[in-house]
Design a protein around this ligand. Structure first.
Ligand SMILES: [Zn+2]
Length: 237
């Protein structure tokens, strides 16, 4: 294999590693964004729940006030019962009291029901608040680990870019031009091997003429389909 192809393959391998490291960085960044989004979403849900609890509590307060009014009325009527003169008035008052007591009993049931609902809502809100707290702690830990990782990725990329420069210096202008042109497109793959008379970059079959050119010499040979620079594997015929 020609030295030029060897250099191109090394460059391709360095480029693959750099791209992978950049992807790893990007994935981590996206991961953090996703976690932050989830926390924001839960915070909004908690605010909504707290509003709901507040307005629910108001309806309980109103019912409790109603209840107190009914109790006061009943109390007042009972006092009046003692000073009433006629049977008719007495019975009328008694029926008023009965009516108020029935109202009171309904109110008490409603209040009890709402109080237990309110307890459930409080429990849900507490659970959500705890989840948010836990997730924020986890995220902060993750961010610290991630910072260390990103620093090491950046260092690796820097080393690889220095290696890349050294290999660039070994290439002639023509090969460098084609490599750079192809590596910036073609999903970052500029150099493709040949296997079973097919380009491994696009899996299309190659003509015998192309294979002959590859076996022949030091000239750059391109895939007629995808345009990538081709090389023959050592064990290829
Ligand atoms: Zn191809």
């Amino acid at each position: 294999m020609s030295e030029r192809i060897e250099v191109l393959r090394r460059l391709q391998s360095i480029n693959n590693k750099i791209r992978q490291l950049r992807k790893d960085k990007e994935y981590r960044r996206m991961d953090v964004q996703e976690k932050q989004r989830q926390i924001q979403y839960k915070k909004a849900a908690l605010t909504e729940k707290q509003k709901e609890i507040k307005s629910f509590q108001k309806t309980i307060d109103i019912k409790e006030l109603d209840l107190k009014t009914k109790e006061a009325e009943i109390q007042k009527f009972r006092v009046q019962l003692n000073i009433i003169k006629t049977n008719k008035e007495y019975n009328a008052l008694l029926s008023e009291i009965k009516g108020r007591e029935a109202d009171k009993s309904i109110l008490e049931d409603e209040i009890l029901k709402r109080l237990s609902e309110s307890e459930l809502m409080d429990g849900e809100a507490r659970k959500l608040a705890k989840e948010i707290d836990d997730e924020e702690k986890q995220l902060n830990e993750y961010l610290q680990t991630m910072e260390t990782e990103i620093t090491s990725f950046d260092k690796e990329i820097e080393t690889l870019q220095n290696d890349e420069k050294e290999f660039f210096a070994l290439l002639d202008e023509d090969a460098l031009y084609h490599y750079r042109r192809l590596v910036s497109h073609k999903d970052g793959i500029a150099v493709a091997g040949v296997s079973n008379h097919a380009c491994k970059g696009c899996n299309m079959g190659l003509t015998s003429q192309t294979i002959n050119l590859l076996m022949g010499g030091d000239k750059l040979v391109f895939c007629h389909n995808c345009g990538r620079i081709l090389y023959l594997n050592e064990n290829e015929e």
